[in-house]
Design a protein. Structure first.
Length: 97
C-alpha cells in the first residue's frame, strides 16, 4: 500500500501547483489532475460522494485490487485534497432509497 501512495505523492509533488497546505497535513492538487492520477497510478475508482457544505464534496476512492482507500475533499474552486487514506476497505452496497 505504501508503495502506491509514495508513487501518487511523488507524482503530485512534481506538479508546480501542488500543495496549498502542508504536505504533512494533506495533499492537494487540481481536481481533474488528482482524479486522473488516482485512476491511472492507483487504479482507484470513486465509490461514493457526499456534500459537506455548499462548496465542498467528500469522495471515497477505492482500489479494488488492493483494498486501499482514500478520502478526497473537493472544493468548488477546482482544488481537491487527499485528507485520509488506508487499507483493507470493506464496502457494501446500499439499497435505493
Amino acid at each position: 500500500m505504501r508503495h502506491y501512495f509514495t508513487i501518487i505523492l511523488a507524482a503530485l509533488v512534481s506538479i508546480p501547483s501542488f500543495a496549498q497546505a502542508k504536505m504533512s497535513d494533506v495533499s492537494c492538487d487540481d481536481s481533474d489532475r488528482l482524479k486522473a492520477t488516482l485512476m491511472t497510478v492507483l487504479g482507484a475508482e470513486r465509490q461514493g460522494t457526499g456534500l459537506r457544505d455548499p462548496d465542498t464534496v467528500l469522495e471515497v476512492w477505492v482500489a479494488r485490487s488492493s483494498g486501499e482507500w482514500l478520502i478526497v475533499q473537493s472544493y468548488a474552486n477546482g482544488t481537491s485534497c487527499i485528507v485520509a487514506m488506508g487499507e483493507n476497505w470493506e464496502g457494501s452496497l446500499l439499497a435505493p432509497a
